[in-house]
Design a protein around this ligand. Sequence first.
Ligand code: ZN
Ligand code: ZN
Length: 360
Amino acid sequence: MGNDSMVIKYWGVRGSIPAPLTNGQEKEKQCANFMDVIKRGGTSELFGNDADAPGLAEKIMQFLNNQPKSLAGTYGGDTTCLEIQARDSPLIILDAGSGIRALGNVLLGRLFSENNLNPLDSDQERKHDLHLFFSHYHWDHIQGFPFFGPAFIPGDKKVNIHFYGKKNAKTRLSDALKGQQEYPLFPVGWKAMPCKKTYKELGRIASTEIPVGKVVVKYAELDHPDRVLGYSMGIGGKKFVCATDTEHRAIEDPFLIELAKDADILYYDAQYTPEEYSGKEGPSKVRWGHSTFELAVKTALAANVDTVVLGHHEPTRSDFKVEELMENALEFRNECLRLPGNEGKALNVVMAYQGLEQRL
Ligand SMILES: [Zn+2]
Ligand SMILES: [Zn+2]
């Protein structure tokens, strides 16, 4: 913890619309978990017979923590929101999907305990500053903002939000956000939120570097209906890249390869399986704006990335199916690594889940 340059926390990794677990899915998990416990010798074998034994709850919790998320826990139902804590820099948030609601609650705690919003920053001047970057304005990437608690705090704990998003001929960044709070869509209007708001619209010429404290932010316009911005965040030789809601064409996107060059971590849109994407299973998803684990792996290898994180999960995909997809992704990665030209290369593949934390 002490020497981290950057901590990335995933508050929402579901694509398109929030997808909470259903009763049926919850019971399916419980059932699979019970079966697994029985297979391993039953509860008395694993935990003993004394329900009052000291530390029993911790022991069971430890067991559950080691289970796959299909059995205990979940990959999560909230839509896109990532928190980036970088050393000696103000807090950065990527996208305001429904995941930003829970992040807001944690930030309220930091605000009211007089702490800096970014635990890795001690600068008192900007302790209430945050920089919120939008990939684009599709609803699943802005819908959480009306429920972002810190934006409602007036007075000496007022937060100072810098909004960044792509310049768009048809709408302003501020209008996209205001619009979802207009009558009759939401009871509290945009202006009634006391936070300080400043806006920066990012043009298509993506050579500009945006300094946020010690972080250098770069961006590139990527393929998606109405286009999308991918962001790279660099600090002290470490680099994180977010490419959510992006589609490849016939090959890996050269703009993304350039943006993600030598990154430590690339978060990539792997909403569809290759079969779903091509239309072998269900209607073809070509031009729907999302990609596959195959292109995640190929792009990461082409850009010399260390770790690729698969996200923007398809809302209809159960946790069991997410794990199936992960197995296929690992198999594909291994196949790719055996190809000529990839000798000696390595690539970590991580399945994104709500609550995932990565340290650089
Ligand atoms: Zn999306
Ligand atoms: Zn989108």
